[in-house]
Design a protein around this ligand. Sequence first.
Ligand code: HEC
Length: 150
Amino acid sequence: MIYPERISSCIKLMLYSAVWFCVWAVIVPFGGIQAYAGDTALLEKGERLVRQHCTRCHVVGDLNKYGGIGSTPSFGAIKSLTDWQDRFAAFWSLLPHPSVVQVEGLSPERPKGLLATTKQIFLNMDDVDAIQAYVNTVPVKDLGGGISYR
Ligand code: HEC
């Protein structure tokens, strides 16, 4: 015995699935493109901030191969340490940065009467996120292994 109403509900189900698949197929890549555009903007912002501020002392990948200050480790060298992510997570609180870098809402306020010895760097948490996103893309420097840094 054939039940026509069962067959038609089966066809309906297939049609619904096909429609939902099409909706999904349009939405998913679109969301992906948006996420990609967001990433690119974040990385560009990060590169701009790093180039503007950090390359004053650090060598950062290809941004300033022959720049930086000799006594300051390059980002590639810092990234060769196993705990580099922790170091970048709160770099503004690690010496020598507290006297140079101020992160809005996190760094203690600089005493007004304290003489400036170098140009101050002012960042907010969005800037820090962008810097960290960019730092993730900087290649690790192969120093031959076995370095220790405190
Ligand atoms: C005025 C110079 C100067 C500037 C500008 C500067 N740094 Fe540094 N940074 C240093 C020095 C010097 C060290 C090495 C400190 C040490 O040997 O303990 C260092 C170390 C670091 C470390 C490793 C910290 C640790 O204790 O292991 C990180 C991470 C870092 N810098 C991130 C940054 C970022 C990100 C910027 C840009 C927003 C930046 N620095 C700007 C001078 C600077």
